[in-house]
Design a protein around this ligand. Structure first.
Ligand code: SF4
Ligand code: SF4
Length: 215
């Protein structure tokens, strides 16, 4: 049993994967590559009603919620890392929001969450969970705590759905998640800041429309 996970706020859902797997499928910044064996993924659901506060452009309500959830993620990961260190284990937190440059973090939280059995990577390149679709945010903590009982993987289930492809204002999304045009998306997010619509690199449309391929 991963007893320390019981310390986490009930609203989170969690899983873990091997750091070696994460490195194989994605990347790990050298600052985090300290030989810790497991990557623990923490997912926190975004409030559904927040997505009713905007249609075309992200609302300030959404921006505020995004910021609040990032703080919540960092605080929970901090709490967990303290408990782990108090119990004699090592723990390192990969920041929730862009940590290296606007397009890259210290690791891919989405890949860690997918390998941890929390969902699949959808056409939008977001993590899609059966419970909350794309309406979640993620943080990842690396540890040498001997994790047991991994979740089974969740298969890609976007087939037949094109909602995110259709809604994207700059056509950055295509049928293959690996072909997402991050440059196009980033330029659009920057334009929203330039036009003073929001102050964060957010758009929210592909998150809003995703229903995890439910009817
Ligand atoms: S965040 Fe907006 S611009 Fe970027 S891929 Fe999603 S819908 Fe397109
Ligand atoms: S909107 Fe549809 S195609 Fe896009 S990620 Fe969600 S389920 Fe997949």
């Amino acid at each position: 049993m991963n007893h320390f996970l019981s310390l986490i706020d009930d609203a989170f859902f969690t899983g873990f994967c091997a750091v070696e797997d994460l490195k194989k499928h994605s990347f790990l910044h050298p600052e985090l590559d300290l030989g810790l064996k497991f990557a623990v993924s923490l997912a926190y659901p975004l409030n559904q009603a927040v997505f009713q506060s905007f249609d075309k452009y992200p609302s300030l309500i959404y921006q505020n919620h995004y910021r609040a959830v990032n703080i919540k993620l960092e605080q929970e990961a901090l709490k967990l890392s303290r408990s782990l260190e108090n119990a004699g284990y090592r723990a390192l937190i990969a920041p929730a929001s862009c940590s290296l440059d606007p397009l890259h973090g210290h690791l891919s939280h989405r890949m860690a969450a997918m390998l941890s059995g929390l969902g699949w990577i959808g056409k939008s390149a977001l993590l899609i969970t059966p419970e909350y679709a794309a309406k979640i945010r993620l943080i990842t903590l690396l540890t040498d705590y001997p994790m047991t009982e991994p979740r089974p993987p969740i298969e890609f289930a976007c087939c037949g759905c094109d909602r995110c492809i259709e809604i994207c204002p700059v056509k950055a999304i295509s049928h293959d998640p690996r072909s997402i045009n991050r440059e196009k998306c980033y330029k659009y997010l920057k334009s929203l800041i330039k036009r003073n619509i929001v102050q964060e690199l957010i758009c929210g449309l592909c998150i809003k429309v995703c229903q995890a391929n439910a009817a």
